[in-house]
Structure formats: structure tokens, C-alpha cells
Design a binder for this molecule. Structure first.
Ligand SMILES: [Zn+2]
Ligand SMILES: [Zn+2]
Length: 78
């Protein structure tokens, strides 16, 4: 089986299974921050791997970025 990240054959010694695919240990990392991910700990999005937190959540999670200052309510007048 080929590693989805680099498209090279994965051998048993360097194999890391995630999302039902075989990755090289070194290739099983977050595309956004570069952090190496534990087996089964990668979140996949369109063939790319991300760490579940904070990268995947920030990029694709519900809500994404925290909303800044309140847009409604709590208007304050001095
Ligand atoms: Zn690879
Ligand atoms: Zn990350």
C-alpha cells in the first residue's frame, strides 16, 4: 500500500495506520502545524491530515474561529 502523503510504498517497519490507510511514520503529521500524530489520531480532510485540535477544529470544525466581540446584545453606552 502507498502512503497518501508522499505516494511511496510503505513497509511494515515504518507503517502507521490511520483512517484505514497506511502512512509512513514521518508522513503521519498535521499539514497545518507539522506535528507528528499518534496512530489513529489524525483527522483527514480531502486527503490531508490534521491534528484534531487545534488545527482541524480551527479549520473545519463547527464554529471554527471563536467569534470576536459580541455582534448582538450587550451594547454599551458611556
Ligand atoms: Zn510517506
Ligand atoms: Zn496541527
Amino acid at each position: 500500500m502507498k502512503c497518501p502523503t508522499c505516494n511511496k510504498e510503505v513497509y511494515f517497519a515504518e507503517r502507521m495506520v490511520s483512517n484505514g490507510k497506511d502512512y509512513h511514520r514521518a508522513c503521519h503529521k498535521c499539514k497545518r502545524c507539522g506535528k507528528t500524530l499518534a496512530a489513529g489520531n489524525g483527522s483527514e480532510h480531502q486527503g490531508n491530515l490534521y491534528c484534531p485540535n487545534p488545527c482541524y477544529a480551527a479549520l473545519f470544525g463547527p464554529g471554527g474561529f471563536r467569534a470576536g466581540a459580541g455582534t448582538a446584545g450587550s451594547a454599551k453606552y458611556d
